[in-house]
Design a protein around this ligand. Sequence first.
Ligand SMILES: [Zn+2]
Length: 344
Amino acid sequence: MIMKKLLPTSTAGSLPKPSWLAEPEKLWSPWKLEGDALAHGKHDALKLSLHEQQRAGIDIVSDGEQSRQHFVTTFIEHLDGVDFDKRETVKIRDRYDASVPTVVGAVSRQKPVFVEDARFLREQTDQPIKWALPGPMTMIDTLYDGHYKSREKLAWEFAKILNQEAKELEAAGVDIIQFDEPAFNVFFDEVNDWGMATLERAVEGLTCETAVHICYGYGIKANTDWKKTLGSEWRQYESIFPKLQQSSLDMISLECHNSHVPMELIELIRGKKIMVGAIDVASSSIETADEVANTLRQALQFVDAENLYPCTNCGMAPLPRDLALGKLKALSAGADIIRNELSP
Ligand SMILES: [Zn+2]
């Protein structure tokens, strides 16, 4: 995919759903429709989300994850080997307790999960589209494993399944396939031992662009409380960037705006395309264009302009719709400022 426009904007993935589809401002929000009405409702919401992204001037668009309840569990729901009625409480991201489904047998994908939705999005637009999938390490971290009894083994199994799905998404016309790996920001030793290798397995043989999104999480309380314990300088990325730099992944999506990540860390991944998070998903105020521009300007010290992709810090599913839309417009306006500075 060749972007002619400098600084193409995109989002990390999820966007708020309309209130007729799911309860607003909630993670794992229950659907308000059933059966055929739900299937049609998801497609209508996807069209609406696409329209809002386009109106806000977003260059690389997505489905806004309108057909998923959650970025990890919805994918897993479609797989064999996981029992959603058998739940165990585990500590997710080493941070907060959650009741999660149990792996009870060999995991496998009987049929495509998101491929129909991706084809539907492809029919709606000629713009480049990005599709998000959970990464192998983040998947295993959102489950109780009663079968493989090995995080690494289960991650390799999921990587194989993700690769099947990714190849079909590519064939459906997706331009960028992104793997969400917030767990990379927590389990550094595992990332370097096998996490990065399982992600490489997930992207094996793909010819479209590939991305990995590594953030400090949605703006929910468990995450904002955790952030308070991280001190004044967040150097988590430093532990994994050398391995990422050597990887075959094309793009890396990061949390930058309002975070305490020292911007110079992205020097460690120079040469990669960097989706710089310039929108804070944990704040209820809309950034000004100048604030967005400031973050991008700082990033430009360490990333070449042709590799800079302005983005949001993370998904915006739990935010009020107006707020999310305002933030998308701010992202475009901020990117415009820098584009004008670069080629007046
Ligand atoms: Zn995120």
